[in-house]
Each structure stands twice: as structure tokens, then as C-alpha cells.
Design a protein around this ligand. Sequence first.
Ligand SMILES: [Zn+2]
Length: 83
Amino acid sequence: MAEKIEGGSWKKKLQTKWGPHSHCIICGRATAEEKQTCSQECMDKYQGETKKKGKQSKIQMIMLVAMVAVMMIFMFLGGGLGG
Ligand SMILES: [Zn+2]
């Protein structure tokens, strides 16, 4: 009977062995709970991707500002012609 209980508790043993952990957001390997990536290599990849995203949003901002500037120029020109 005791063997049966032991047989069912291997999952619990495994959980205590690993403890709370998270998985690398790049390759999916198990890593420490507070870490997002398992290694420096994956960290570099992750940071590279976030940098790319930052660049994209910057370009979008510049496009928006450019569009507003163009609209203002058109409004200015239109007002000049109307007067
Ligand atoms: Zn990784």
C-alpha cells in the first residue's frame, strides 16, 4: 500500500525539485522564475527584438508628425488662396 502512495507522489517530488519557475520567452527552456530568458544569448535576442519594436513606433511617430505638418501646410495654402 505504501508503494502506491509513493508512486503517485513523484509529480509532487518533481514540483519541489524544480520549484516555481518560468520558461524562456525565446527558446522555451525552463529558467528561474524572475528571469525572462534562460541565457545571455536569448537575452540578447529578446533585447534585439524589443529594440526593433521601439524603432517601428518611432517611425510611426515621425510619420504622424509629418502628416500633421503636411495638413497644416495645405490649410495655410488654402487659406492664402481663399483670401
Ligand atoms: Zn532561451
